[in-house]
Design a protein around this ligand. Structure first.
Ligand code: NAD
Length: 484
């Protein structure tokens, strides 16, 4: 990324104003593709969280909770429009923060982020409510009120996109928000402050506090005036947030880790499977929670799949995120890069055979690049099969029967997503239904109507997002029963 792209300093955004960095503590923001410092980030703590919550509480009580639905829909629509209008600038910042290819930031992260605001603007504009008449001469109505101040704690892999999936329904329901971007990726979230202000969002409705999980995140989880926390991140962090939020009995939405099976039966369309498996394995450097990192292939086509998949994997271009032909960019940080390489070494110690990739990618003498890596010959009990790596590393194992592969798929404490490839529709349904995952795809991947529930089973999460499911989370749902 040597073309002189500019980063920015990331300040807190509280009560409609950016807080000057002044003499407050900061830390450096590093571009993982170049290892260059691209700005300073304000290091917040409990004091800033307290200020942000107080501002959010005032904004809630001073008008936002009574705001008209049409007013909120118009603001959401405008936020989506501004994101699309500033798409190229925002995508560049997202790429500098994350190391992901610019085409991906532009076409997926920014487009889908804007889509969340547009979707909820339309959704609330047409939504009704449930009503149940009773024979005793009574009518029950289900009504929704906003919760008040809600907190959002976000990961680094899809910074603006995952944040928008939370923020849009929370604002749609009339809540005010304190949000914390991931420490590694604060730039697009920080700009959201000015974007929301330009869209007409009143001061204090959205507040952004930058900093570390252990200080800002924990202070949010403990804060008695934050009614709910929507968190996306690692399962272990979710457990800490749950503990910290217990005293104030916080409502929680958790989108956590995954180790998703990609199940390929012999009667699949192999061309399509190879194409999609490349994406579901390595897109965003393998750091999408929905990536299919455990590939199971039915024995009659195992060798054929492996040969074609390995050949295509070796052709993937790892390189400068700004180049349009780059498939795989840099990993988020030195620490994560080392962790992913350690897993590759562990796979070898566990008896795995590396049939593509297997080490650092030589792009330049700077940056945290790892080759897309395929590992075979591991058994189900290996750590590399069981633990989330969140990098461009997949395992491939053969299987014989449907029962056997369902057993493998469910043999994990995670349960986020799965994909099944077969032309037999009865089997597709049987297998999809038997898999313990919040979302199972058949003959596709990464496709979902935004009205459907999204979330994980087992250690992959608590609750569901999407459509009405998000609106339920961000509101008090209550019943009014009228006797007539
Ligand atoms: P992480 O858990 O390390 O961090 C996520 C956020 O939590 C960051 O903002 C961090 O600063 C904050 N945090 C850290 N410790 C905290 C604490 N004690 N209290 C409060 N906040 C704290 O996760 P990450 O490395 O940023 O993201 C990768 C993880 O996210 C992977 O496990 C991935 O599977 C998961 N993820 C899940 C989904 C999903 O939809 N299920 C989507 C994307 C990512």
């Amino acid at each position: 990324m040597g073309n002189g792209a500019q980063g920015m300093d990331c300040r807190h955004f509280i009560d409609g104003q950016y807080i000057d960095l002044g003499a407050s503590p900061t830390f450096d923001n590093i571009n993982p593709a170049t290892e260059q410092v691209i700005g300073r980030i304000a290091e917040g703590g409990k004091a800033e969280v307290d200020l942000a919550v107080a501002a959010a509480k005032r904004a809630f009580n001073n008008g936002w909770k009574q705001s008209k639905l049409s007013e909120r829909a118009a603001i959401l629509r405008k936020i989506g429009d501004i994101i699309l209008h500033r798409k190229d600038e925002l995508a560049m910042l997202e790429t500098m923060d994350t190391g992901k290819p610019l085409w991906l930031s532009t076409n997926i992260d920014m487009v889908r982020s804007a889509g969340s605001y547009h979707f909820y603007a339309n959704f609330i504009s047409t939504m009704g409510t449930d009503a149940y008449p009773m024979e005793q001469g009574a009518m029950n109505f289900v009504v929704r009120r906003p919760l008040g101040v809600v907190g959002m704690i976000n990961p680094w892999n899809l910074p603006l996109l995952l944040l928008s999936a939370k923020l849009a329904p929370a604002l749609a329901m009339g809540n005010t928000v304190v949000l914390k971007p991931a420490r590694w990726t604060p730039m697009t979230a920080t700009l959201l402050g000015e974007i929301c202000k330009e869209a007409g969002l009143p001061d204090g409705v959205i507040n952004i506090v930058n900093g570390a999980g252990r200080s800002v995140g924990e202070a949010m989880a403990e804060h008695p005036d934050i009614r709910a926390i929507a968190f996306t991140g690692e399962t272990s962090t979710g457990k800490s947030i749950m503990k910290a939020g217990a005293a104030s009995l916080k409502r929680l939405s958790f989108e956590l880790g995954g180790k998703n099976p990609n199940i390929i039966f012999a009667d699949c369309d192999l061309d399509e499977v190879v194409d999609t498996s490349l994406r579901s394995s390595f897109i965003n450097q393998g750091a999408v929670c929905l990536c299919g990192s455990r590939i199971y292939v039915q024995r009659p086509i195992y060798e054929q799949f492996l040969e074609r998949f390995a050949e295509r994997t070796k052709q993937q271009i790892v390189g400068d995120p700004l180049q349009p032909n780059t498939n795989i960019g840099a990993l988020i940080s030195k620490q994560h890069y080392e962790r992913v390489l350690e897993y590759i070494e562990l796979a070898k110690q566990e008896g795995g055979q590396v049939i593509a990739g297997g080490g650092p990618a030589r792009v330049s003498d700077k940056g945290y690049y790892v080759e897309p890596t395929i590992i075979t010959s591991l058994t189900q009990d290996c750590r590399v099969i069981g633990e989330e790596i969140f990098g461009p590393v997949v395992t491939v194992q053969p299987f014989d029967t449907e029962e056997e592969v369902i057993g493998y798929a469910n043999d994990t404490h995670y349960g986020l997503s799965a994909s099944v490839w077969t032309k037999d529709s009865s089997r597709a349904f049987r297998v999809a239904h038997a898999i313990e995952a919040g979302l199972t795809w058949v003959n596709t991947w990464f496709l979902r109507d935004p009205r459907t529930p999204y979330g994980g089973e087992k250690m992959s999460g608590i609750g569901r997002q999407g459509g009405m499911f998000s609106l339920d989370f961000y509101s008090e749902v209550s019943t009014i029963c009228i006797k007539y």
